[in-house]
Design a protein around this ligand. Structure first.
Ligand code: MRU
Length: 359
């Protein structure tokens, strides 16, 4: 079984043509069981995003778009105005599922934009289904392009550290950070990976380790607390992580713990790369303090694998993401190439924005 696009790759999220539903791998069941959730309406997609059955910024972007397309397909409105009103309600429900990953809004906005281009209810429904299937194909192609650019940064024999899961399971397939690793391996380089377990939800041990073991990529799992020790002992050549939101200043929001990894990499002179598609960039915001960092439930921290490990009554703070400032980042790998500091300039160029004119 390959998650990497070699033999019959698994799709994290797909539009099921026959039944007109959205099919998701239930990531809460991994690695023990590979089970799917079939969503027949947008509320089920919203629930799946909220409870992390589907997670990872690009995957939730495509899933949310498919959820909104489902709303359109299921809707019985006789005219565009009524259909739009149903879509606006579903848009709000889907948008508030998770606040930090900007791909969620990107995916939903693409659906609304497409809706605006068509006049008839039938035309909207058909074109939204076409759009979300294209978004799914584009995501895979984007990751492969990103992988090719990122692979040029990797040397034969490199030992790469990654945090959380920025792999096939965080995208439609192939992955961002893990896509770079897949691509480097496919180009004949010998690569090995250290994956942090990523408390509290264990995306590293449950998901990254799962997909790398499946693709026969050399992976060792470490406790989050071992990062500094490995770096101090020259065991890591490069770090590659994903992102949930990148501001035009190059500030990167990603899974909690990324900032610590970046700081440690910086103090040990280890290159720290972020791999993310252009859909993860938030060009509307340049103030990191304005970005909402999702806080998740107490349960995630007081329990491991469903078993309580902390005393009842303890106060818990559970931020799901943190901010890595641009001065700790060596480069941002995108489908358009590797962006280098100063990021304000390289990000503007990647988007074809004229900085002087502020366009
Ligand atoms: O809470 P999660 O599992 O959705 O967080 C995921 C991450 O932080 C990933 O690193 C990020 O979404 C990039 S995925 C390509």
């Amino acid at each position: 079984m390959s998650m990497g696009g070699n033999n019959n790759p698994l799709l994290t999220v797909s539009w099921d043509e026959g039944s007109g539903s959205v099919k998701l791998i239930d990531q809460t069941k991994l690695p023990e069981n590979l089970e799917y959730i079939i969503c027949n309406n947008h509320n089920q997609v919203a629930d799946a995003i909220k409870n992390l059955s589907i997670r990872g910024a690009p995957a939730i972007g495509v899933a949310a778009a498919m959820g909104l397309a489902l709303c359109a397909v299921n809707d019985n409105s006789a005219n565009k105005k009524d259909l739009l009103s149903s879509l606006e309600t579903a848009y709000k429900i889907l948008l508030q599922t998770r606040p930090t990953a900007v791909n969620l809004k990107w995916g939903l906005d693409k659906v609304m934009e497409e809706t605006g281009k068509h006049e008839t209810v039938q035309g909207i429904k058909e074109n939204l289904v076409k759009l979300v299937k294209e978004m799914s194909d584009d995501d895979i192609q984007t990751n492969k392009n990103m992988g090719r650019f990122g692979s040029n940064l990797i040397d034969n024999g490199d030992v790469i550290m990654t945090h959380c899961n920025a792999g096939a399971l965080a995208t439609v397939s192939y992955g961002t950070a893990l896509g770079v690793i897949r691509s480097a391996k496919d180009s004949g380089k010998k690569i090995s990976v250290f994956a942090t377990e990523t408390r509290p939800v264990m995306q590293g041990s449950r998901l990254t380790a799962f997909e790398l073991v499946h693709d026969e990529i050399d992976v060792s799992l470490i406790p989050d607390t071992a990062v500094g020790h490995l770096m101090a002992n020259n065991m890591i050549d490069k770090v590659i992580v994903g992102a949930d939101r990148i501001l035009k200043t190059g500030h990167v929001f990603n899974k909690i713990g990324t900032y610590q990894v970046a700081l440690l990499a910086n103090s040990h002179n280890i290159p720290f790369y972020v791999a993310a598609p252009l859909s993860t960039f938030d060009l509307e915001q340049d103030d990191p303090d304005k970005i909402v960092i999702e806080e998740r439930s107490v349960e995630e921290v007081v329990k491991i694998g469903g078993k309580r490990i902390a005393p009842k009554g303890v106060r818990v703070f559970n931020p799901a993401f943190d901010l890595t400032p641009p001065n700790l980042i060596t480069g941002i790998i995108t489908e358009k190439g590797v962006l280098k500091p100063p990021f304000e300039k390289s990000i503007s160029e990647a988007f074809g924005i004229d900085e002087q004119a502020g366009l």
